[in-house]
Ligand binder design. Structure first.
Ligand code: ZN
Length: 263
């Protein structure tokens, strides 16, 4: 009986291992689950349906945003996996959970419904700016490229705010997003119980990511740290938040005082 149990346990673990290897092969080779593959600049786009040529413009614009990263590598080639009927995005969603998109290794996997003309990707009624979403996920690929798989999330224990906040910092470069004071103002003015923070173009950022972004913006712009220094820095998220809030309050106070003096 014992020998039988052992035999079955061995069979089960071998089957499990084979399934894991098969999954890994499929994940690393989107070509297996897509009908079409199109090359554009440093991107390989995997798709089922014909591509809207506007997508090329969005990819190019996202690639320009990416150049702001100190980890930028112009030789990096990325796979862009569209959510237009292939099993691939569903598989990634089953493995990693529901999201607007996923960026890992050298792959950007879109979820939700993409609207190239409106420049957004919609999920559950929320819209994410498409160029900025692409740039966000590409930033994760740049993080993988520079840090290596073992020093990247989820294997390395990098705090979420440093990982996601940096992707937001690189992606959010619209004119109305580069001033930290204005960004904190937007957060202060948002309804307190809302899940999302809305931008002027009608797209959103989840409140959690919005906070991460501002903290990274504070460290990199106000404190003039490099991203590499931020990754090594030992200060907690709470400390940075406190520091940023008192910096914001003091600037607001100064602005009020000089306004009072003028009147
Ligand atoms: Zn992300």
């Amino acid at each position: 009986m014992k020998r039988k149990i052992k035999k079955w346990a061995l069979r089960l673990s071998v089957t499990g291992l084979l399934i894991a290897v098969l999954l890994l092969i499929i994940i690393l080779n989107p070509v297996l689950t897509y009908a079409n593959k199109t090359e554009h600049a440093s991107f390989t786009i995997y798709h089922q349906k014909p591509i809207d040529s506007l997508l090329y413009v969005k990819l190019d614009e996202a690639a320009v945003l990416l150049q702001k990263s100190e980890f930028y590598n112009n030789k990096l080639k990325l796979d862009i996996c569209l959510n237009d009927g292939s099993l691939y995005p569903t598989l990634i969603r089953k493995l990693r959970g529901r999201a607007f998109a996923w960026g890992f290794y050298d792959k950007v996997v879109l979820q939700g419904k993409m609207n190239e003309k409106g420049n957004y990707l919609e999920l559950n009624g929320y819209k994410w700016n498409l160029i900025q979403l692409l740039a966000h996920e590409m930033t994760h690929c740049v993080q993988y490229d520079k840090l290596g798989l073992w020093k990247s999330k989820p294997i390395a224990s990098i705090p979420n705010w440093k990982w996601e906040g940096y992707a937001e910092f690189i992606a959010r470069q619209n004119q109305d997003q580069t001033d930290l004071i204005r960004n904190i103002d937007r957060l202060e003015q948002a309804p307190k119980d809302s899940w999302e923070i809305s931008f002027e173009d009608g797209t959103i950022s989840p409140r959690e990511y919005y906070n991460y972004w501002l903290q990274v913006q504070y460290c990199l712009v106000v404190k003039q740290m490099t991203y590499d220094q931020l990754l090594k820095d030992k200060k907690s998220e709470t400390d940075i938040k406190k520091e940023m809030t008192s910096w914001y309050r003091s600037i607001k106070q100064k602005a009020t005082l000089s306004g009072t003096r003028r009147t």
